[in-house]
Design a protein around this ligand. Structure first.
Ligand code: NAG
Ligand code: NAG
Ligand code: NAG
Ligand code: NAG
Ligand code: NAG
Ligand code: NAG
Ligand code: NAG
Ligand code: NAG
Ligand code: NAG
Length: 892
């Protein structure tokens, strides 16, 4: 006994030594098979490390050493390998021919690996195989012939691969098959009628392919079938009546399969059916009365069809019913009262129908209800009192109905509640105390009701509350003074809510990024401690009765983008800090009682529309036409008026500059900026000669460019970093010129570095990126020259603002644009050197060339990822940046 292992060891080493050099070897064939497998397959995770024929010690015993290797099972008596389980190892590569030496294999599991290319027919040489599992790989091309050689196969799982071509009809010769899953590939053509002739099949899955044609009636012959999943294909017609004979069927899923016509009434004969999933088809007509025989059903989902008529009363008899989903149909009538008494009901989804009447008042009494969504119907009556009886109700969605009455007080004890949306109803009474104590409540929308009375103080202790909307109610009260201290509240909206009193101090304001208090009668001042709201992006206080001055602290908020203080009684001057606040995009202080000159030394205000400032008797200068009595500031006024509106109608040209706006903003002197408005460039001798840096052959000079910019009617857009002109060169070519502006004169010396970075941009060449042709500069001004994109921006296209031409955003065009953008961004992210991150991708930055091909523009907020500047200043437009970035300023 002692001798055996070491002899075996010697034998193995000896054999392996000769394995490669000599073909004559007495190595056991099974070992050869395994070792060739190990050496042929790519094993990036080194999962074969224990497949080692030369261990110092192996357990003494009768089983060969390889029977102890991972994934291998041997027969105890014969020592033959019966099971090879190589799942989830990320293997790829070629299965060697020696594999067929594993003659006794009954069980082969290759699932969850990275195999690709055609399935190797060598697998079919294993005559005793019973279970073959190759799911979750990437085998492609057509299914190879030969599988009928595995005569005893009972289990075949090829789910989630990339097979193409027709379904392998050969499988029907496998008479012992009980389980076949060919779902999740690209099989096309029809389901062969012969698939109805498996004698023992219990499970058939062909879902998620691109199968077409009619579902063959012959499938109705599979009387042993318990589970049938053939959805997510593109069939014609409906469910064959022959399916009524599938008397053992428990699970039927033909969702998302383009089925049409009436629901097959014969399905009502499937009395063992536990799941019937036919959602997302085009079924019309009513729910057949025969369906009321489906008494075993637990999951019934007929949603997203065109079903009409009523919900059968008899569904109330389905004692097992756990989930009922009929949303997005055209159902009418009342919800059967009895549904409220179903003992097992957990999920009730009936939204977007035309249901009337009351919601069954006993709903929830079963203590199992978890989610109710009956939104967008015409339901009336009160909210049932016991919806959360078992304290499992997580989502209660009732919006856009005609519910009346008060909120059931029991809801405040519903600790499972996470989403509560009851907006657009006719609910009244006050909001009961206690919602703020619900530990998991994250989203609460009570807007557009008739709620009145005090707003409970506890709201603002709600630990997880992120969204609270109480707009358009009639509270007639003050805001609670601890309103801002909900630790995770991000959006607070209380517009048009008849709020009175003062805005509470902002102490404790931590996570809020959107505050809407417009359309109330709030009075007093804007608390100066608003700088506690460090994440604030959007502040809307318009149409109130606020007095006092505008706190400059608002301008110090690192992400503030949109501020609307219009239609109040604010006094004093506009703090000049706002003009330098680089994140600001909208700032509206119209119709107040502000006085003094509009700051104009910064970069923000000159780009705003004058309507942001109108209605203030005492304001002057800046972009208003009214000169200040002190003079000097009105210089640019007349010309500015001639500019087209900032965005509408014009091609919005916001252009590239591959590093943070900041750097560019710093380039040009304030004088250069003024020149933009009050002088012609050609006259501006003091600022030195223009120098043209070309990134490709250009047929014009810097002077040609400058000459073109003397007319304001050439302005096609304005962005945060400068003005964009359309310029026709002497040779007839049209280019777009972006003139950058800035204000810190002393930073002009940085220009050399800036120009070096522009040069990086000049080297960006891709058909989906707007090409930078060159750069014009003198000692104080920088202009970037780009290709001109005649078809405007995607933003214009989507909002039908394209100049003149009849461009349409059909789906093919949209697809093409989306693809182009993806390719452009992919290039910037992966192929550029250094890599460039855009950081402000939005429709107005996607320009369209003559062929309607997308070109990505405006790297104004992009930056070279290799520079080590911090990203703590928010870049991008509210609404288009990743929310978590806007919110945390963490780049991940
Ligand atoms: C799996 O292998 C592929 C290459 O075959 C490799 O790209 C991938 O990173 C691997 N995955 C893991 C988790 O190792
Ligand atoms: C193969 O492995 C997968 C992944 O663990 C498992 O789900 C599947 O049941 C296995 N197949 C067989 C036939 O045992
Ligand atoms: C799978 O294979 C197809 C073609 O054979 C290939 O296009 C695709 O990228 C592959 N998918 C993965 C995830 O490797
Ligand atoms: C199935 O797809 C292949 C390409 O993968 C195509 O050549 C063939 O015509 C398609 N067959 C049917 C019936 O659509
Ligand atoms: C979807 O079904 C309709 C009606 O049966 C048919 O006209 C249409 O061709 C089908 N669509 C596809 C993609 O097969
Ligand atoms: C459905 O069942 C009824 C009686 O239970 C029977 O008369 C009818 O023939 C069945 N329909 C089909 C299509 O099998
Ligand atoms: C609601 O149903 C109508 C048609 O009945 C459909 O046009 C609309 O898209 C649906 N709404 C949603 C949100 O799915
Ligand atoms: C909520 O629960 C508390 C304590 O469990 C109880 O005192 C109170 O009556 C409950 N409120 C309602 C409306 O059920
Ligand atoms: C709150 O949510 C957590 C995580 O989802 C869950 O584990 C916990 O049970 C919930 N609390 C209640 C009272 O439902």
């Amino acid at each position: 006994m002692n001798q055996y292992p070491s002899f075996s060891l010697f034998f193995t080493i000896f054999s392996i030594f000769f394995l490669r050099s000599s073909t004559t070897t007495t190595l056991p064939p099974q070992l050869i098979a395994l070792l060739s497998l190990k050496s042929s397959l790519k094993d990036p995770l080194n999962t074969f490390h224990d497949w080692d024929p030369t261990p110092a010690f192996s357990k003494p015993g009768f089983q060969p050493i390889w029977c102890t290797w991972s994934g291998i099972k041997c027969d105890r008596k014969t020592a033959q390998i019966t099971s090879l389980d190589l799942k989830d190892r990320n293997l790829s590569g070629t299965i060697p021919v020696e594999f067929r030496y594993l003659l006794s294999l009954t069980h082969l599991n290759l699932s969850g690996n990275a195999f690709d290319g055609p399935l190797q027919a060598i697998i079919f040489e294993l005559p005793y195989l019973r279970a073959l599992d190759i799911n979750h790989n990437n085998f492609s091309s057509t299914f190879p012939p030969g599988i009928s050689k595995i005569k005893h196969l009972t289990f075949l799982n090829a789910y989630s691969n990339s097979f193409t071509g027709p379904l392998p009809e050969e499988v029907i010769h496998l008479r012992f098959l009980e389980y076949i899953n060919l779902g999740g590939s690209y099989f096309n053509g029809t389901i062969p009628a012969s698939f109805g002739s498996f004698p023992r099949l219990k499970y058939l899955n062909l879902a998620g392919n691109i199968l077409t044609g009619q579902i063959p009636a012959e499938l109705g012959l599979l009387t042993e079938l318990e589970r049938l999943e053939i959805g997510y294909n593109e069939f014609n017609g409906g469910v064959p009546v022959e399916f009524a004979k599938l008397s053992n069927l428990k699970y039927l899923d033909i969702s998302g399969a383009n089925l049409s016509g009436n629901l097959t009434p014969e399905l009502g004969n499937l009395t063992r059916l536990e799941s019937l999933l036919l959602f997302k088809n085009r079924f019309s007509g009513t729910i057949p009365h025969s369906f009321t025989q489906l008494e075993a059903v637990r999951y019934l989902d007929l949603s997203n069809n065109d079903l009409s008529g009523t919900i059968p009363e008899e569904f109330s008899w389905f004692k097992e019913l756990t989930q009922l989903s009929l949303m997005n149909n055209e159902l009418t009538g009342e919800i059967p009262e009895g549904l409220g008494e179903l003992p097992n009901l957990e999920l009730l989804l009936l939204w977007n129908n035309s249901l009337t009447g009351v919601l069954p008042q006993k709903l929830g009494s079963n203590a199992n209800l978890q989610k109710v969504d009956v939104s967008s119907n015409s339901l009336t009556g009160p909210i049932p009192p016991n919806l959360c009886h078992g304290n499992k109700l997580g989502k209660l969605i009732l919006f856009t109905n005609n519910f009346v009455g008060e909120l059931p007080s029991s809801l405040v004890n519903c600790t499972a509640l996470t989403r509560f949306r009851i907006q657009s109803n006719k609910l009244n009474g006050s909001i009961p105390y206690g919602f703020g104590l619900l530990p998991n409540l994250t989203f609460m929308d009570l807007s557009k009701n008739n709620f009145s009375g005090a707003i409970p103080k506890d709201f603002f202790n709600a630990g997880k509350l992120e969204y609270l909307n109480i707009s358009e109610n009639s509270f007639n009260t003050e805001l609670p003074d601890n309103i801002w201290s909900a630790p995770n509240l991000q959006i607070f909206s209380a517009s048009l809510s008849k709020l009175v009193g003062k805005i509470p101090n902002f102490i404790g304001c931590r996570s809020l990024y959107k505050i809407e208090l417009d359309g109330n009668t709030l009075s007093g001042g804007i608390p100066w401690d608003i700088d506690h709201c460090e994440k604030l992006i959007y502040l809307n206080l318009r149409h109130n009765s606020l007095t006092g001055i505008i706190p400059w602290e608002i301008s110090t908020l690192p992400s503030i983008t949109d501020v609307d203080l219009s239609h109040n009684f604010l006094t004093g001057t506009i703090p000049s800090n706002f003009d330098n606040c680089s994140t600001l995009e909208n700032f509206n202080v119209s119709f107040n009682q502000l006085t003094g000159p509009i700051p104009s030394s910064g970069t923000i205000f000159p780009n705003l529309h004058p309507s942001s400032f109108v209605g203030n008797e005492g304001l002057c200068g800046g972009i208003l036409r009214k000169p200040c009595s002190t003079g000097g500031l009105a210089a640019g006024a007349v010309e500015v008026r001639q500019q087209p509106k900032k965005t509408a109608g014009a091609i919005v040209w916001i252009m590239a500059a591959a590093f943070g706006i900041g750097l560019f903003v710093l380039i040009a002197g304030s004088r250069c900026f003024r020149a933009n408005y009050s002088r012609r460039f050609s006259d501006d001798r003091e600022i030195g000669p223009w120098k043209l840096t070309a990134f490709q052959r250009l047929n014009f000079t810097a002077e040609d460019v400058v000459d073109c910019l003397s007319m304001t009617d050439k302005i096609i857009g304005m962005g945060a970093t400068g003005t964009v002109y359309k310029a026709e060169m002497p040779g007839g070519e049209i280019i777009a010129v972006k003139k950058l502006w800035g204000k810190h004169k002393e930073t002009v010396r940085r220009r050399r570095g800036v120009l070096a970075e522009v040069e990086v941009l000049g080297n960006v060449r891709h058909r989906n990126i707007v090409r930078l042709l060159g750069c014009c500069s003198n000692s104080e001004c920088t202009m970037l020259l780009y290709e001109y994109m005649p078809n405007g921006s995607l933003d214009d296209l989507l909002h039908c603002r394209n100049k003149g031409e009849n461009l349409v955003a059909d789906w093919l065009t949209r697809y093409k644009i989306a693809l182009g953008v993806a390719q452009g961004i992919c290039y910037l992210h992966h192929d550029c050197d250094p890599v460039i991150v855009h950081r402000d991708l939005k429709p107005s930055n996607i320009l369209l060339d003559g062929e309607m091909e997308a070109r990505v523009a405006d790297f104004g907020v992009a930056k070279l990822i290799q520079s080590d500047e911090s990203m703590s200043v928010i870049a991008g437009s509210y609404g288009y940046i990743a929310p978590e970035y806007a919110y945390t300023l963490q780049v991940d």
